[in-house]
Design a protein around this ligand. Structure first.
Ligand code: ADE
Length: 247
C-alpha cells in the first residue's frame, strides 16, 4: 500500500511512522509512506496557506488553490480514496479500517485551523473521516490513528497470520470487545490467574474467553451487542448476565 499525507506539520509523522508495526510494515516493503508539506504548494511571497472566512467569524480557512494544487501534484487515480480528516466526516470504525486496507493507495489530507474551503471537498476529496466526536487542533494525529488502524489490517504486517481477527471489534470476535489476558507470574500482588487458562482444555479456554468478551462488552459497550454476531449460547449467557448483573 502507498499512503501519501498532506499536512501543515509533516514532521509530526516520522516519529510515529518509524516505530513498531508501522516501521515493520515499511521495512518489509508492505507500506510506502510519505508526508508532504502543504506549504510547498503556496505560491505567494508569504507562502500563505490560509485566509479569513467570507462572511466574517473567527478562525482561518485553508485556501482552495493551495490545497487543490497539493492534492493534484500527488496525481490521484480514479479508484484511490482522497480522504479529508475532519470532525465532520464519517466515523472511523473497524469495518472502515478493513475497507480502506483493501486499497493500493490512500491520500490523506489533514485540515488545520477552522477548516478547508468547501470547494476543496467538491473538487478533490472523495471521502471524509473523523476519528471521534471531538475536535483536534489538526488532522495530523487523526491521520496517524487511521494509518495505524488500516496498516495493521494489511496481510503480513502483524507477525501471526490472522492476529487482527482476534482483536476487539474484529469479525473473528463477532464484533465484541476482547476479554482479559494474563501472563506470568501466576500470582501477582495476591492476584491469581483464572484456573481455566492453565487447565490445558482448549475448548474450555475458548468458551471462557467468549464469555469474558460478552461480559466486557455488556459492561462497557452494550451498544455493540446490537450489531454483534451472537449464537444461542451467547444469548443465553447474556440473558443470565442481565438477570444477575453481579454474577
Ligand atoms: N481534525 C480535527 N478533529 C478531528 C477528528 N475528530 N477526526 C479527524 N480529523 C480531525
Amino acid at each position: 500500500m502507498k499512503i501519501d499525507v498532506l499536512a501543515l506539520f509533516p514532521s509530526m509523522f516520522e516519529p510515529v511512522m518509524s516505530q513498531s508495526m508501522m516501521w515493520k510494515a515499511r521495512d518489509r516493503g508492505l507500506l510506502d509512506f510519505q508526508a508532504h508539506d502543504i506549504r510547498d504548494y503556496a505560491v505567494d511571497k508569504h507562502r500563505a496557506v490560509d485566509d479569513s472566512p467570507y462572511g466574517g467569524g473567527g478562525g482561518m480557512i485553508l485556501k482552495p488553490d493551495v490545497l487543490v494544487r497539493a492534492i493534484e501534484a500527488l496525481k490521484p487515480d480514479d479508484q484511490s480514496p482522497v480522504i479529508l480528516m475532519s470532525p465532520q466526516g464519517r466515523l472511523l470504525t473497524h469495518s472502515v479500517a478493513v475497507e480502506l486496507s483493501r486499497h493500493a493507495r490512500l491520500i490523506l489530507v489533514c485540515g488545520h485551523y477552522e477548516g478547508v474551503d468547501e470547494r476543496v471537498r467538491e473538487l478533490a476529496i472523495n471521502d471524509e473521516i473523523s476519528i471521534g466526536d471531538y475536535v483536534l487542533t489538526g488532522g495530523e494525529l487523526a491521520a496517524m490513528v487511521l494509518i495505524d488502524a488500516v496498516v495493521r489490517q494489511i496481510p503480513g504486517v502483524l507477525g501471526a497470520e490472522g492476529a487482527q481477527d482476534r482483536d476487539s471489534h474484529s469479525h473473528g470476535l463477532g464484533g465484541l470487545l476482547e476479554g482479559p489476558h494474563y501472563t506470568r507470574p501466576a500470582e501477582f500482588r495476591g492476584l491469581g490467574v483464572p484456573p481455566v487458562l492453565t487447565s490445558g482444555h482448549h475448548a474450555e479456554v475458548d468458551r471462557w474467553r467468549r464469555r469474558q468478551a460478552l461480559k466486557r462488552t455488556w459492561q462497557t459497550r452494550p451498544d455493540l451487542l446490537a450489531g454483534a454476531e451472537l449464537s444461542d449460547d451467547d444469548l443465553a449467557f447474556l440473558a443470565g448476565l442481565i438477570a444477575e448483573p453481579g454474577a
